[in-house]
Every structure is written in structure tokens, then in C-alpha cells.
Design a protein around this ligand. Structure first.
Ligand SMILES: Cc1cc2nc3c(=O)[nH]c(=O)nc-3n(C[C@H](O)[C@H](O)[C@H](O)COP(=O)(O)O)c2cc1C
Length: 438
């Protein structure tokens, strides 16, 4: 068993990292976190260098509009002082929803999304607000029962999702129909007042699963060109709507850290290591296609959540030191920043570090490893963490995320989710109800 978070001092944290064979950047001076960041060559600027990662709450209304609970989350994020708010996964077509509680943007609910963007702008004092557009692929459960849309048969993912080997893979014709839907959703996001649309390609949802469709026949499988076709065509469709004040963004995972031939961007001998050959090629194409903002990530929450979001308590004991997981995310961002400097890059992996998170984030920015640092679980637990940093306070140990995975546990039970520990009203009651009733 590797060490859990028990670092009382900076020295203890850095010493343990060194023992684990990794180095964490660190800065005592946090002033860089107050710095505004220009997004690529657009006229959009963050308000500071701390951002909110997309964090799905599984609580939309049946028609895909944000509910009161969704709006509560957005308001908490927007009031907390972060420099950019990246709104959660929102599908472009109904059958792609992870549940009947996932956001879905369409002509019929544009006003609700307008309200969402407007309130986020107002409460944040003008921070950019990005909407994440996605297709949930294998995780699709539009009516709360599984209707997987799979790119190919991946035995590891099939086992997780209880998909039999004769289940039909998605047709080329269906995939052909999707770029137009992403284009349309981006147009709606722009009309609604968002500052950008994210073409999501990570975590083994449909676009990211296709990246490793080596075994799929036809136009969407086999070669690099085929495996990246849907992502490339969708970026092209979204790029028609980009302008100096509307950015094409992407939540992008350069590697899902699954073994070849089921993983993208992984070393064929050791899937915990990234082989950058194809990710670099794709990342350059993303730039050429017009992407100017990326929130990076690694792994998939469905197979290797310890890679995706280092935790103290989760479904299993991580097979590596937890700080090594944090360092993998930080160093992957550093590689990406160097590979394509023209893309403004948000780093990931900081919530695990509790009150040291801003210091490691500031260190990473000062060392040129990323342009801004994002916070996911921390923003559920402690939405005004950025305000505290900007006002010169150290993060409060009583408010930080404990990486206990209760938010994920709720999500896995198809419940709406948040932090039952730090945001008790309403999530403790929800947590008790879900786990007492089942
Ligand atoms: C409950 C929950 C919901 C999430 N929802 C999304 C999402 O909608 N889109 C996305 O790209 N990532 C999502 N993520 C991943 C986070 O954005 C983030 O990458 C991850 O939690 C690691 O960052 P952290 O260590 O700051 O939490 C989610 C994670 C959790 C735990």
C-alpha cells in the first residue's frame, strides 16, 4: 500500500515525492495565479490562472436543460473567484446522454443555456465560460438504461460495461452524421453566450474510444487517419463558428493509459508510459483545425481512475505512489505545452494536493508546464478556493477536497452528485438516501 495524504509541511510533501521518484514543481509565491491568460490568439482572457474543470452533476431536467441544482453548482463555481469556468459534459444528440440527467443542448432549450452562461458571466465578473460538447459512446444511457454506442469490441471495457462480444458496433453512417451535430451545438453554444465550445476527446467516450479503434474495419478504424476522422471532422464543423471571441476548445486526453491495442498513446511495452508519437501528431492537427484552448487529462474513470484523478480512497488501492500519479499528469501537460505552444493549456491533477495545490500549480505555471491550473473535485468541495488564494489566504484544511471518491460513488449509482463531505446541504442527504436505499 502506498502512502495516503499526510503531509503537514511543504518539505514533507516534496520529500515524499522524491522518495517516490518524482519531482513536483512548487512555488511559495502564488502571485502568478492572479495573472490573466490570453486564450491562444483570441481576444478572450481568463480572469486569473485558476480554472474550474468540467464537473458533471447528473442533475439536468429531462429535456437536457440545467435544473435548479445544476444552476446552484454553476453559481457556486462562478462566485468562487476562478478565472475560467468550463461547464460540464453536454450532449449534442439525445441518444448520447449518460443518463436522463445529462445536459443536452438543442433548439428547444436555448433560453435555459442562455441563462446558464449569463449567470456564470455575471457572478464571476466576466470569466470566460466554456461549454463541453460530447457523445458518451459506450456509457450512453439516455433513459437511465444502457444503450451503449461502441466503436469496437474492447474486452476490458466490454467487461466493465457488461457488453457481449456479439453486441453491434456503431455504423460508419451513424458516425458520419455526428460532425454536423457538433457544429450545430457549437452554434447554439455561441448563441447562448458561451465563450467557447469544447469538442471533447478523452476518457474513452466515443471520440476517444475511436482513437484506439485499431481493430475496427472501414473508414473509422485501423489507420491514424481513420481513427481520428470523427474528431477531425467535428473540429472542422465547429470551427465555422469560431471567432476572436468564441474559441474552439477541447478536453483532450493524449493517452488513456490502457494497453495496446485497446489504448491510445500508450507505450506498447508498458501502458503506464505514454508514447507521444500519435498524440503529438493529433495535437498539432488540433491546432491546425483551430483549437486554441485545451484542458488536458489522462486515463479513463472507467478503467484506471487512479490515473485520471489521483485519490486517497477509491474503488481499489492504486498500483503506484499517489504522488507519482499527480506527477504523471503534470509532466504530460509539460510535454503538451512544449509540443504546441500556441494552444493555451490547462493542467490537471491538483485536487489531490489539498492545501499545497495552489503552490504546486503556481510552480508548474512558473516552470512553463501549463498556462493555468484546473480544479475538479476541489471545486465541488471548496468552490471559493480561488478567492482565498487571490486574497492571500492559504487553503483551509477544513474545506479542501479529501479525494474520498464519494462524488464518484454517487455518480456510479446514477445519482446526481456533488460533495457529501464539504457541501452537506444537499449532498449528504442524497448520499445517505442512495446508499441506505441500495
Ligand atoms: C463527479 C465527477 C464528474 C466529472 N465530470 C466531468 C465532465 O463532465 N467532463 C470532463 O471532462 N471531466 C469530468 N470529470 C473529470 C474532472 O474534470 C477532472 O479531470 C478530474 O476530477 C481530475 O481533476 P481533480 O483532481 O482536480 O479532481 C469529472 C470528475 C468527477 C469526479
Amino acid at each position: 500500500m502506498t502512502a495516503r495524504f499526510n503531509y503537514k509541511t511543504k518539505e514533507a510533501l516534496l520529500e515524499h515525492a522524491e522518495e517516490a521518484g518524482v519531482r513536483l514543481p512548487y512555488s511559495d509565491d502564488l502571485s502568478v495565479l492572479a495573472r490573466r491568460v490570453r486564450i491562444g490568439d483570441t481576444d478572450i482572457f481568463t480572469k486569473n490562472s485558476m480554472t474550474i474543470h468540467p464537473m458533471e452533476g447528473f442533475d439536468s431536467l429531462p429535456d437536457g436543460s440545467p435544473s435548479e441544482l445544476t444552476m446552484r453548482r454553476i453559481r457556486r463555481f462562478a462566485s468562487g473567484g476562478a478565472g475560467l469556468i468550463w461547464c460540464e459534459a453536454c450532449v449534442v444528440t439525445e441518444e448520447a446522454r449518460t443518463s436522463a440527467g445529462q445536459l443536452w443542448i438543442h433548439d428547444g432549450n436555448l433560453d435555459a443555456f442562455k441563462k446558464m452562461a449569463e449567470e456564470a458571466h455575471e457572478l464571476s465578473g466576466g470569466a470566460p465560460v466554456i461549454l463541453q460538447l460530447t457523445h458518451s459512446g459506450r456509457v450512453s444511457r439516455p433513459d437511465n438504461t444502457p444503450h451503449p454506442v461502441i466503436a469496437y469490441h474492447n474486452p476490458m471495457m466490454n467487461e466493465k460495461f457488461e457488453i457481449s462480444p456479439d453486441y453491434p458496433v456503431v455504423t460508419d453512417e451513424y458516425l458520419d452524421s455526428l460532425p454536423e451535430k457538433f457544429g450545430k451545438a457549437a452554434k447554439l453554444a455561441k448563441e447562448a453566450g458561451f465563450d467557447g465550445a469544447d469538442v471533447k476527446c478523452c476518457h474513452k467516450y466515443l471520440f476517444s474510444e475511436l482513437l484506439s479503434a485499431y481493430t475496427r474495419p472501414g473508414r473509422y478504424g485501423g489507420s491514424f487517419e481513420n481513427r481520428t476522422r470523427l474528431f477531425r471532422d467535428s473540429m472542422k464543423a465547429v470551427s465555422q463558428w469560431t471567432s476572436k471571441d468564441f474559441v474552439m476548445a477541447s478536453r483532450f486526453g493524449p493517452s488513456d493509459c490502457m494497453p495496446y491495442p485497446w489504448g491510445f498513446g500508450t507505450d506498447r511495452g508498458d501502458c503506464t508510459k505514454i508514447d507521444w508519437t500519435e498524440p503529438d501528431r493529433l495535437y498539432n492537427i488540433m491546432y491546425e483545425s483551430g483549437v486554441r484552448l485545451v484542458d488536458m487529462t489522462l486515463g479513463t474513470p472507467y478503467y484506471n481512475p487512479h490515473v485520471n484523478r489521483p485519490y486517497d480512497n477509491g474503488g481499489y488501492e492504486p498500483p503506484e505512489d499517489r504522488l507519482a500519479g499527480v506527477a504523471r499528469l503534470i509532466e504530460a501537460a509539460a510535454h503538451m505545452k512544449q509540443a504546441v505552444p500556441g494552444i493555451t493549456l490547462i493542467g490537471t491533477g491538483y485536487s489531490y494536493l489539498r492545501r499545497f495545490a495552489p503552490h504546486v500549480g503556481a510552480g508548474a505555471i512558473l516552470e512553463g508546464k501549463c498556462d493555468a491550473v484546473g480544479f475538479g473535485r476541489m471545486s465541488f468541495a471548496y468552490p471559493d478556493f480561488a478567492k482565498d488564494v487571490l486574497e492571500g489566504r492559504e487553503l483551509d484544511d477544513r474545506k479542501v477536497c479529501l479525494t474520498c471518491s464519494k462524488c464518484t460513488a454517487l455518480m456510479r449509482r446514477m445519482s446526481c452528485t456533488g460533495c457529501p463531505i464539504r457541501d452537506r446541504e444537499p449532498y449528504l442527504e442524497i448520499y445517505k438516501k442512495v446508499f441506505e436505499e441500495n
